[in-house]
Design a protein around this ligand. Sequence first.
Ligand code: GLY
Length: 329
Amino acid sequence: MTSKEIRSAFIEFFKQKQHQFVPSAPIVNKDDPTLMFTNAGMNQFKDFFLGNKPAPYSRAANSQKCLRVSGKHNDLEEVGLDTYHHTMFEMLGNWSFGDYFKQEAIAWAWELLTEVYKLPQDRLYASVFGGDEQDKLPVDQEAYDYWKGIIDEDRILLGSKADNFWEMGDTGPCGPCSEIHIDLRPQDEIDKTLGRKLVNQDHPLVVEIWNLVFMQFNRQASGDLHSLSAKHIDTGMGFERLAMAIQNKQSNYDTDVFSPLIELVSQKADVRYGDSRETDIAIRVIVDHIRAIAFTISDGQLPSNNKAGYVIRRILRRAVRYGYTFLEL
Ligand code: GLY
């Protein structure tokens, strides 16, 4: 599948399950003082989760442009050095506003990954919230049991609050989550080390692809958790990582999302991608950042010397610095 086909298959799958397609919100967030940029697909639905506004539909699906370069979710310094983080990325998501909950979210995620995208079942792992003393929350046994009905128990892992409790920011809607990870290593490496040992260990080929969040709480500035008046589903799948898995690549940058840009920058710099670690990183930094800057500007935020504009200027500068230092551009 091409990346375009992957994106439309996602939307189609959820439309067939009565989800309303909702266009991506702008990447620049002007309405929410707790956020500079859209950092997750759920941002535009925050008021529905909190019960501040009634949702006009009970189920939604989309592909959201996200930027994770500031605040609670900030991947900037990793970008380019590794092969699977981005400043801007697309998040494929499906949502339930007080409608279906854990069972359907888990079953449909599995159906889409294994029956539509045909990802190999024996390469997939699920993690489940293992509880947290400070927040007085138990293990998410319910999610564990749903997974147990689908996959062997040795493919289900219990995770900490850091990995398995998703929060939009320091305050706001949040809840335990169940992540789906994929092991893309060659078989001989898998024979030596089991994939479950590498989940959440920053291995470039054992990566999280989808996060299913079970929205149940509103985090207060005091740190307390208040229960929401209804339970919701908020999922986020990394489109570029999914493309890597489906297109059987070892890097997001080797998919058709990025390869035309890689080719262009390599030509401009007269450097072959793959020739050296340093120039490869610089090429990845530039193609990632140029995409982020182009989309952010087109969504209304120019580089400037304060606030959101300064963040964009810093991304631009980082690209320039890598191009100048390593590619003689
Ligand atoms: N809101 C789900 C995620 O960003 O992973």
